[in-house]
Structures are given as C-alpha cells and as structure tokens.
Design a protein around this ligand. Structure first.
Ligand code: SAM
Length: 280
C-alpha cells in the first residue's frame, strides 16, 4: 500500500537526475514501506518536531510525515535534492521545512519547537561526529527526546557494546551513560541504492532524565578518551598523564590498575571521573 500519493522514489530520482554521489555518503532508501517502518521505530511523533539530517530524495522524510510527525526540519547538503523535497513540502503544507547546508554548521534549535526527536539515515562521513555532538551538550537533558539513526552495522554495535567486547569504547560509554540505546532494525546492503559494502542498523537512543551514575561530563569524556586511546595498555599506563597517583585513584574507583579500558564498566568509569575531579 502506498504511504502517500506522491510518485515512487525511483521516478523522483530519475526526474531530478539524482545519481548517488559517494563523497556525500549517498545510499538512498527507496522502499517507502521500509522508511515508514524506520519512522515508526522513532515512536509516536504526532506531537514532535523532527530533525532529519540528509533527507536526499526524501524517502525517510515521507515516512516521518506519513507516520504523523508534527513538523520536519530537513537539512540537506546536496542542492540537487531540493526540488524533490519541495514537492514533498507542497504535499504536506506547513509541515516540512528544508534547509540547504551542512548539518555540522546549522543550529537546528533556531528552527524547532520542543518536544524534538531526531531521525536520520546519516551520511557515513559525518554520522559519528553528529552523534557525539548530540550526546555531549553543555546541559542535560538535551534538546532532543530520542535519536533514531541509521549507521553502518559496525558503528551501531559500538554504540550498544558491553564491557569486555572489542566494540566497547568511547561511543558505548558516552551513549549508555545518559541514554537507553538499542539496535531496533538491521538492514542488508541490498536495502539501499546503490548498495553499500557493509550492512546497516538503526539504533534508537532515548534520553534519560538523569545520567545513570553521577559524573562531571568533561572529566568523564577526558578519562574515557585517554583510557581508550591506548586500549591495549593497562590503565595505570594509559592514564599516567591523568594524575600522579593514578593507581590510587583507580583503586578508589574499584578498578584494578592492571585492567585494560575495555574491561571497565560504565559505573566504574563514572566513579573514576568523580575521584579525578575530587583530586583536582
Ligand atoms: N535520507 C535519505 C535516504 O534515506 O534515502 C538519504 C540518506 S544518504 C545515506 C545521506 C544524505 O545526507 C545524502 O542525501 C547526502 O547528500 C546528505 N549529506 C551528506 N553530508 C551532509 C551534511 N554534512 N549535512 C547535511 N546533509 C548531508
């Protein structure tokens, strides 16, 4: 069943000459039932303004609007996509605003009214950078309620990774400290046009009202970055630059100085950040 009365995406792409460009991370989703399913994974959007980064020809945009988003703000770097997006805006009067530009340079808050959800099939080259920005605002809770994001499977696994696994690192700690993060969909390369080399997955991150354990965000970020920068080293060496008595600090946080970063649970990293802050 069609999700709207607009033309199929293959026709849209042909009509506007939207051949995919690798440099812009363009792997399009053309199955509107799939984009509607991704939109449903973002939850009930009826009262929400939704920020979408990289709408491309608008498959996910149409899914978000058909699933009832109050308004969508779509930021797209490729000007070739704008006429196709304009047709969607006309079909949903007053509900879609498109801004041409780089999502890294635009402050979405100037254009959105809370509550706000973010949903996107992110361009691979800026996906992690945007996620880290959204996870590390100056104040918490953040401006968004949830993030529903498509990543390469390997990145999605790093976000939800448990201690003791190879995928566990800075992204897992930052994401799991202040959000509930889970993989909600898996997609094979063939779901995209053109197909990428690797599989993809949708991660849904829901902002928690309070972080799971107390810690100063700046100190925690510093500790985690240092610990995982040299993830093969024992923490007493990886964190040597942190404090002259780093072994004592590690012990006070319940961490063995001979452990490696990937063995340390989120709660212990937070305890270490508190110990470091108390000493500084
Ligand atoms: N949402 C569409 C879909 O699912 O079919 C397209 C997804 S495609 C993976 C990524 C999109 O992000 C492309 O349309 C690309 O032009 C756009 N893009 C790439 N870098 C961007 C940036 N820095 N800011 C905004 N959009 C960007």
């Amino acid at each position: 069943m069609a999700i709207d009365e607009l033309p199929p995406l293959r026709e849209v792409i042909a009509a506007h000459g939207l051949s995919a460009r690798k440099a812009l991370g363009q792997n399009f989703l053309l199955d509107l039932n799939l984009t509607a399913k991704i939109a449903r994974n973002a939850g009930d959007l009826s009262g929400f303004d939704v920020l979408e980064v990289g709408p491309g020809p608008g498959g996910l945009t149409r899914g978000l609007l058909a699933e009832g988003a109050r308004r969508v703000l779509a930021i797209e770097k490729d000007p070739r996509c704008l006429p196709a997006l304009e047709e969607i805006a006309e079909h949903y009067p007053g509900r879609l605003r498109v801004i041409e530009g780089d999502a890294l340079d635009i402050d979405p808050l100037e254009h959105l009214t809370p509550p706000i959800a973010i949903a996107a099939n992110l361009p691979y080259n800026v996906g992690t950078e945007l996620l880290v920005r959204w996870l590390t605002p100056e104040t918490w809770p953040p401006f968004w309620t949830s993030l529903t994001l498509m990543f390469q499977r390997e990145v999605a696994e790093r976000i939800v990774a448990e201690p003791g696994s190879k995928a566990y690192g800075r992204l897992a700690v930052l994401a799991q400290w202040r959000t509930d993060a889970r993989i909600v969909m898996s997609l094979p390369p063939g779901a995209f046009t053109p197909p990428p080399k690797v599989s993809s997955a949708v991660v849904r991150l829901t902002a928690l009202p309070e972080p799971k354990f107390p810690a100063n965000p700046k100190v925690l970020e510093r500790v985690v970055a240092m610990a995982f920068n040299q993830r093969r080293k024992m923490l007493r060496s990886a964190l040597k630059g942190l404090h002259p008595d780093v072994e004592d600090l590690l012990k006070s946080a319940g961490i063995s100085p001979t452990d490696r970063a990937e063995q340390v649970a989120l709660e212990q990293f937070c305890a270490l950040a508190r110990a470091v802050e108390a000493e500084s």
